[in-house]
Write a protein that binds this ligand. Structure first.
Ligand SMILES: [Fe+2]
Length: 133
């Protein structure tokens, strides 16, 4: 069973954004699958960087969609804030990996899973329901 599985309750009813969320899930699963294999360290660095870049790309798409559809400013601000916090944390992980500091993989994978699932079910469902009452 994958570390995170797609569930229809994550759907935000926007095909492009759902596909991006699926891709984020795939990247986190890829990272999780490489865990515990020391020889995979380079692969894990690469996957984490890919996750950082893809999540930033996804956040811009999502924020642009919300902005273009006149999503209320206070709710949009909350979204942006959570996105920034995630990026900041991933950058810290990338930095720790890069400086050869020992980073407990469990800490990273648990953070990724918890953040993404909670964010999709809370913040992202807020706009899905706002646009599809
Ligand atoms: Fe979001």
């Amino acid at each position: 069973m994958p570390f995170i599985s797609w569930d229809n309750k994550f759907s935000v009813k926007v095909l492009e954004l759902d596909e991006q969320h699926r891709k984020l899930i795939d990247l986190i699963n890829e990272f999780y699958d490489g865990m515990g294999k020391i020889e995979n360290k380079k692969v894990l660095d690469k996957v984490l960087l890919e996750l950082l870049h893809f999540s930033e790309y996804h956040f811009s798409s999502e924020e642009e969609y919300l902005h273009d559809n006149n999503y209320p400013t206070d709710l949009l601000r909350e979204q942006v804030q959570q996105h920034r916090e995630f990026s900041k944390t991933i950058k810290k992980f990338v930095h720790r990996f890069g400086s050869n500091e020992s980073v407990p993989f469990v800490e990273v994978t648990n953070y990724l899973k918890k953040w993404l699932i909670e964010h999709m079910l809370d913040m992202d469902q807020k706009y899905a329901q706002y646009f599809n009452p």
